[in-house]
Design a protein around this ligand. Structure first.
Ligand SMILES: [Zn+2]
Length: 117
């Protein structure tokens, strides 16, 4: 597999590990959210639209936000466990929504972590 990140091979391997771990948590979040949304039509039929709207606003949306927050926090903790940290600011080098790592730069402080190969 080609190294697209510009990171040294050992950091690239750790970055891929962190990405896979994050993707597992994100996929779990997606399945939980889908499960919560499946209940929506049954709530409408049984209790009406107001109950379904309350369920959506008080259970589904906060649940999805909490799942995303936990995925990010778990990703940061995993980066610390495997040592995927910026040598400059000591923050995790993996960020799911960032493409900064593709340039070999830290997504937090933007410092160069490695020269682009
Ligand atoms: Zn940094």
């Amino acid at each position: 597999m080609p190294n697209l990140s510009g990171l040294p091979p050992e950091l690239e391997a750790k970055r891929l590990q962190a990405a896979k771990a994050y993707n597992k948590v994100a996929l779990l979040n997606l399945f939980v959210a889908m499960g919560l949304l499946v209940a929506l039509p049954f709530l409408v039929m049984r209790f009406g639209q107001l109950a379904a709207a309350v369920y959506l606003l008080l259970v589904v949306l906060p649940g999805m936000a909490a799942g995303l927050y936990l995925a990010v926090k778990r990703g940061d903790a995993y980066c610390r466990e495997i040592g995927l940290l910026c040598p400059h600011c000591h923050q995790p080098l993996f960020e799911a929504r960032s493409t900064a790592y593709l340039t070999g730069s830290c997504p937090k402080c933007r410092a160069r972590v490695a020269s682009v190969q």
